[in-house]
Every structure is written in C-alpha cells, then in structure tokens.
Design a protein around this ligand. Structure first.
Ligand SMILES: [Fe+2]
Length: 507
C-alpha cells in the first residue's frame, strides 16, 4: 500500500466542498480522490475514508515532485493527478480516473478528465469565495452587535448626548441656583473630545476672552486652594482687565482625565458676593460633568474602534483590486457630504457614511480575476460582477438595525429611469441613500485612473453627471453634489485614515 493511506483527514478545513467526489462520480462516471501533497488521503464528508491498495498515489507524488499535473493511461483506464492551489499555495492533489477501452476511448477519457479537473478547480474557488463571504459576514455581524450594544448603553447612560448639550444643562441649572449673571463651562482641545465653550446667561466679558481668563485662573490655582473665589475683580489687574463689568468670579476646574483641563465659572451676582457654599455647588456640577465627559470620551473612543474595524474589513475588499484602493472610503466621505448638503444631520449622517463604506462589501464574493480584469467584461463576467449587490445584501441581512444600509447596498446600482440592477427600480422606489451612493460611486469612478483610461477632469465629470441627471441620477442628489466644496472634499480624502488621494473605480 502506498504511503499515507492509513491516515484520513477531514475535508472542509482544506477548502474542499463536501460531497464533491460523489457528485462528480454521479454526473460523469469519473472517480476522484483527494490527497495532501505528501500523499495522505483526504476523507470526504460522509465517506468512510477507506482506500484500496493501488499505485495511484505514485502519480500524485510525481505530480507534486514535478510541480505539474500528470496524466497517464494503461490497464484499461486513464488517470490524471491535478494540483489544486489556494492563494497560489499547493494544498491538494485530485486524482481522477476513468475506465476506457481502445485508443479512441483513451482520447475521450483524457478530455473528460481535463473537464473534471476544471470543474474541481471551479468548485474549490467557489467554496473559497463562500468562505470569505461567510467570514466577512461574521466579522461584520460581530462589529455591529458591538456597535448596537454600545448604542443602547449610550442611550441608557445618555452618553450619546453631545458634551455641549450636557454642559449647557449644568450651567443653566447652576446659574438658576446661584442667582449668577452667567455661568460658563469651557473644555479645551486635547481631551479627546471636541473643544467646547457654553454660556448660560449674559457673560460680562467677551466669550472669546473666556479661554484666556479661565486659563489664567487655572494656572494660578494651588493644590491646597483648588478653587478661585474673587468678589473684587476691579482690584485684580490680571483678571479685572478683561471687562469693567466683571466684578465677581468663581472658577472651579473640571477634573477631566489626568489633565484636569477645563473649568466651570460663575460671573457676577447682583446683590451679593460669592462664598464657599457657592463654590461647593459649582464643584458638584463640575464633578458630575467630569464623570459624563470621561464616559463620553470612552464612548467616542469605542465607537471609533468599531468604525476602524469596519474600515479594515472594507479595505480587505478594496485590496482585491489595486485600482479600487480607497474607493469605499472616498465613496463614504462623498455620500456623507452630499447627504449633509441635503439636510441630513447627526446620527443620520453617520449611517449614510457607513452605508457608503459598505456599499461594495459584496465584492468579497467576486473572483479577483474579474475584479482585476482590465477593459470590458464579457457578458457572463458582467453577470458575476453584478451579483455583488445581492451578496452585499445577504452579508448585511443578518445584522439587526441595519435594514436601511442593506437596502442602500442592494440598490446602489439602480438608475432613476429603471435601467439599473438588480431590481430595475424606478424613481423614489429606489431608497434615497442608494441614490446618493449611486452618484458618489460614479463620481469616484470618473475621477479615477483605470488601466484603459485616465481620470477625467472635474469639469468633465460634472458635465457627465449633468447629462445623466433624471435618467441615472436623482436631480435633488445632483443638486447637493454640485453644491459641494470639491477642494474641501479632496482634503477630507487626504485626511482620512488611509490618507487617500482622489480616484477609485466602479463596475
Ligand atoms: Fe458597486
């Protein structure tokens, strides 16, 4: 018995579709067995793994040694050992054999075996694509489960409120309780959040002076006296110089993170001085604000982490075609800016961005040979390419809360006049976000270099888009698009995580 025949390995982890040998035997009468490059027999799912003693693996080992398919005839049969590769690495050898009689039969047998080898390779490529798609689906589902959980927790803790809104509530409540002319909160840059200045009431100095005034107070505070109460600012040249109207001031630092940056300050109180009881109240407000700001910062960081994970997944799709590198991110940015021009705001803008980012996720299921093919696709290749919208829809269908993104992905190649795919939807039957992606996608395709044509100048792109308005593109989306500041858009591409330049592709 040849070497390795006693060991049988399960097939699925080798990328072998279950039941392939039985299917081929049934359809063609050709017997196929699979071996590892060392000659070990691979057991197909459902089979018993039993092997008959013959010289067949010698042909397998010969093919491995020669690094080429080997064909031999004789003893009433033809045998073909074909090498099967995954990402150019040899993973399996298929040994196919068919009984023949006479030279004519042998010729036919050879042709049949060549066809079977092609079929095996095609089925393995298909299985590989399915596996990649399933992995992407799983990774995306997990990402979104986490984003979903985060969103729900954020809602419960109310950390999805903007910091400025929270601080505004705190300042208004303090102002009312203290009877102060104004209470302001200031959070500088460098805390991991947007800098914020909010004022409740009428500030007795310029808002633009606030950072300098507060910064000066904070710099002068001492550890044993961490709060400033000053009821005679007119006597203080350093602080009183900001405004004649500024008489009384309490400043309490915002203990945010390690830095202790930012502050809450109360200004003037008609008919009374500020005292330590007032400072204590402001400190309570500052402590509550600091807890909120720290939680909010954590929430924003986690959200960014999730978004980075989606970016990484999407880049793995873009990487299948060097000409589409960065395409998804550029489309996402363009979609977001067009949507902003159409009046979208807040979470809706984030969702449009996410839909743009994921619009071609279904290309994970498109063979690289088609994605990378320079020039026009054959009709059957075009059909395979077009399937990416449905595959994308399937990938996203397992994710709760993402129905509108799924629809946008599924219908982003529809045309307003019904000539698009996959559904031939017309006008408003096409989801609005899908109409936005359609335009952003075409814009990126036209402003990209392709092997068969250079990128178009912006003015030509605008003219082309204008020509297709009303047939391919939605006029209201085109209006918002033409209103974009294209210099700023290119800057946003350059500032994106991938440091993109203009240019991408579409098929
Ligand atoms: Fe697409």
């Amino acid at each position: 018995m040849s070497q390795g025949l006693t060991t049988c390995l399960p097939a699925p982890r080798l990328g072998l579709p279950a039941g392939l040998a039985s299917e081929i035997l049934e359809r063609t009468g050709v017997e196929v067995a699979f071996y590892l490059p060392d000659g070990t027999r691979v057991r197909e799912e459902g089979g018993d793994g039993a092997e008959t003693a013959d010289a067949a693996p010698a042909l397998v080992l010969e093919a491995v040694r020669e690094n080429a398919d080997r064909l031999e005839g004789g003893a009433g049969e033809v045998r073909l050992a074909s090498l099967l590769r995954r990402r150019s690495r040899l993973v399996l050898v298929a040994l196919a054999r068919v009984p023949v009689s006479g030279p004519a039969g042998e010729g036919m047998g050879r042709q049949l075996l060549a066809a079977v080898a092609d079929l095996v390779r095609a089925r393995m490529a298909e299985a590989e694509t399915c596996r990649e798609r399933d992995q992407t689906t799983e990774a995306l589902t997990q990402c979104y489960e986490e984003i979903s959980l985060l969103h729900n927790l954020g809602e419960a803790l109310r950390v999805n409120r903007p910091v400025a809104e929270f601080l505004d509530d705190v300042c208004s409540a303090l102002r009312e309780t203290l009877g102060a002319e104004a209470v302001a909160a200031w959070l500088p840059a460098g805390t991991g959040l947007e800098p914020v200045t909010v004022v409740a009431g009428r500030l007795p100095c310029l808002v633009s002076d606030l950072p300098v005034l507060v910064g000066r107070v904070l710099a002068g505070l001492e550890p044993e006296k961490p709060v400033l109460i000053n009821n005679h600012l007119g006597d203080d040249p350093a602080l009183g110089g900001f405004s004649m109207a500024l008489e009384r001031l309490v400043v309490v630092p915002l203990p945010v993170g390690q830095e202790g940056a930012g502050a809450i300050a109360a200004f003037n109180r008609p008919g009374g001085e500020f005292g330590s009881a007032d400072a204590k109240l402001i400190r309570s407000g500052a402590s509550a604000s600091a807890v909120f700001i720290d939680n909010r910062r954590l929430y924003v960081q986690l959200q960014q982490l999730m978004l980075d994970l989606v970016h990484t997944l999407v880049s793995s799709v873009d990487a299948k075609d060097p000409y589409t590198c960065g395409h998804s991110t550029r489309v996402a940015i363009t979609c977001r800016e067009v949507a902003r021009g159409m009046g979208f705001a807040g979470d809706a803008l984030k969702e449009v961005y996410m839909a743009g980012l994921l619009h071609d996720i279904g290309k994970i299921g498109t063979p690289e040979a088609i994605l990378r093919k320079p020039g026009l696709l054959l009709p059957e290749e075009r059909d395979i390419m077009r399937r990416h919208v449905e595959v994308g829809g399937q990938i996203l269908s397992g994710i709760r809360r993402l129905e509108f993104i799924r629809e946008a992905v599924l219908y982003h190649h529809e045309h307003l006049d019904g000539s698009g795919y996959p559904g031939g939807l017309k006008g408003e039957a096409i989801p609005l976000v899908a109409r936005i992606i359609a335009l952003a996608d075409a814009f990126d395709a036209m402003t990209s270099n392709r092997p068969y044509r250079p990128m178009l100048p912006l003015e030509d792109v605008k003219r082309e888009i204008g020509r297709a308005t009303g047939t391919q593109f939605d006029p209201q989306v085109v209006r918002a698009f033409l209103g974009l500041d294209f210099g700023r858009l290119m800057q946003q591409f350059a500032d994106s995580p991938e440091k993109l330049r203009a240019g991408g592709s579409e098929k």
